[in-house]
Design a protein around this ligand. Structure first.
Ligand SMILES: O=C(O)CCC(=O)C(=O)O
Length: 245
């Protein structure tokens, strides 16, 4: 755990290999696709992503999946996950911000332009992070997540609001970022200050992930800009602030 935390502190991210078993991850893949199959179809592709991809692409999503399938409620409090989340935040206490399933469909899965998460939901402290659970393999051609190592040390950068709160496309090309190729069961942890994005899924298989955004409860939201069902639920430890979110 010590090496992993050191890597995270230095680089703003860490990929934890095999946090889930492969078969277990593939089971969650089925669960994600089943949830999406029950959901009315909407596409959250950012306007700026269309510009980046140079043509139409697609993304399927479901926010707060733990309200639609108990499998996700269970995984959210699994100590294999929450112990790493606590370690990278440097706290005993881990609180939920929100979760989302993303499926990037084969051949045309939408990219995400480079951005930080902080401008989407600023907090009083920077102890906010994300964990992306990979439920199938995510090589580069599937539009794996890409990060700018060390970028979390530069604070919040000015973002462009139009098209989805992103960094200027020409100044922040996806190709300049490090691709984090992952296998089913791997979980990528990164700070909400780490600059990240992802490419188009041009492969023949969809890419299935589940993102859990979490924080130290001592980090309070600055504005009421991002509400989600279940926000403030404790995933590990206690909320010493006794704040009503
Ligand atoms: O899943 C991805 O490819 C990136 C998602 C992302 O950047 C985000 O939700 O902030």
């Amino acid at each position: 755990m010590v090496d992993l935390v050191e890597f995270y502190r230095e680089n703003g991210y860490v990929l934890v290999r095999g946090l889930l078993g492969r078969e277990e991850a593939l089971g969650y893949r089925e669960e994600c696709h089943a949830v999406l199959g029950r959901l009315r179809k909407t596409d959250p592709t950012w306007g700026s992503a269309r510009e980046l991809a140079g043509g139409p692409t697609e993304l399927r999503h479901c926010h707060d999946a733990q309200f639609y399938s108990a499998a996700f409620a269970k995984l959210m409090v699994d100590p294999r996950f929450t112990d790493v989340a606590a370690a990278v935040l440097g706290t005993e206490n881990v609180q939920l911000h929100h979760t989302k399933i993303f499926v990037k469909p084969e051949e045309k899965g939408s990219p995400f332009p480079m951005h930080q998460d902080a401008p989407h939901f600023p907090h009083s402290r920077d102890a906010v992070g994300a964990a992306i659970f990979h439920f199938d393999d995510a090589p580069e051609e599937k539009g794996c997540v890409r990060v700018m190592p060390g970028s979390h040390k530069n604070g919040v950068l000015p973002h462009i609001e139009e098209g989805g709160w992103h960094l200027p496309l020409a100044e922040w090309p996806l190709e300049a970022a490090t691709p984090i190729e992952a296998r089913a069961g791997d979980v990528l942890f990164f700070s909400y200050l780490t600059v990240h994005g992802s490419g188009v899924n041009s492969s023949a298989e969809s890419r299935t992930t589940w993102l859990v955004q979490f924080r130290d409860p001592e980090a309070a939201p600055i504005d009421d800009v991002h509400q989600s069902r279940g926000q403030g639920m404790m995933l590990r430890g206690i909320d010493p602030t006794m704040r009503v979110n």
